[in-house]
Ligand binder design. Sequence first.
Ligand SMILES: *Cc1c(COP(=O)(O)O)cnc(C)c1O
Length: 458
Amino acid sequence: MKYRSSRGGVSGLGFRDAVMMGLATDGGLLIPHDIPDVTDKLASWSSLTFQELAINIMAEFIDDIPFEDLTLLVNRSYARFNHEKVTPVVQVGDFHLLELYHGPTLAFKDIALQFLGNVFEYILDDQQSCLNILGATSGDTGSAAIEGVRGKSNINIFILFPEGRTSPVQEAQMTTVPDANVFNIAVDGSFDDCQSLIKAIFSDMPFKQEYQLGAVNSVNWARVLAQIVYYFFAWYELDKPKTFDVSVPTGNFGDIFAGYLAKRMGLPIRKLILATNQNDILARFFQTGVYKRGDVHFSESPAMDIQVSSNFERYLYYALDGSCEEVSEFMADFLGEGVARLDFNTSEFDDSFLAGSVDDTETLKTIRSLYEQHNYLVDPHTAVGISVGNRLRTPDVPLLSLSTAHPAKFEGAISKAIPGHITSHESLEALEGLPKRKKRMGAEVGQIQAFIRQHGLR
Ligand SMILES: *Cc1c(COP(=O)(O)O)cnc(C)c1O
């Protein structure tokens, strides 16, 4: 399989080059030249384990890593999950949940970032080179990225976060990791400051090249690829229904885009239900065709407090029937004016998506009622997906809702939803009292660059 940019400036890349490039050099996103149709293989994949299924699906998209090596990479990536099925399906009332949070940081990002870390290590080993990963986090991505690369000899990771503005659990998950290749930078500033710092450092080309800077953000193709797998796995776990709806709590559009690809590959998903919190730019787009930036609102589901969805452009490429010029125009309009339109009537628009949003009150109510009625506790992101999913599902068609984090990661929201209820997880309790490592710094490019010069791999 080869990869090209959604804006047309890059094509013919192998998988390895696509992973190392991350964002396409023309500013677009990398997508496969075609989407493989696996309909004829579905029957033969029926009794595979999660890992075996992952290897088979990934092999459809990777032809520059031998099958045996891919097998090792996949097995290593999911060895740290604490459930034998990796992503089990459970029934709650009249719908199903796909639990994606059994990885080391208890959130679904582990599924992609464990794999990405191992793929990076493998490619760098082969090239005899090294990488300094630089990222900013407001909470969840940082710890999942750190867990994905900790202890790897050819990778160092530098994570910036706003001092005092991540939750205590999130900060502990990052700063208690003892491996010498992990560097936490606590910035005196906001998350936006952290992102601006990263942007400034990445645009210093000589510095970027000298220190082999890389990113692990959600646009990396390997992350999308790893996420396709569990849509298929869940279908087998549901005993291969003729069709089913899937509800996905959405922020950067990475998770639900993987579901869209699974559907295009031949998985019989009827509707992909896109669920957002009050940051509803995507829900509005799928309802009206207008993609319009708003202000970011802080919510009880902070991993979805996003206005500009970094993976959306991948979908746009398919919605615009592969026209790179139209994708570029749309994105230029959006970046320039904060608004762009897609005409659902004239383009051959596919009706794969339904979309809706909920506010915090509804989210907390969903948490409470599921707990009262089914004695099942969900985190606020998962609750957004369940709430919108149940509103928009197709009657008599099974509904699968994706559960993206363990509730113990968001105990603040849980205790608001169910006063007096205390939720915990042994892997979070184990962090209490461990020594923490973080370097406090001002929001200054020069300070951070100096720190990377001192600690970066060369
Ligand atoms: C990142 C995240 C999401 C949103 O996923 P996207 O791929 O960005 O749409 C939802 N829930 C949780 C817990 C997350 O960490």
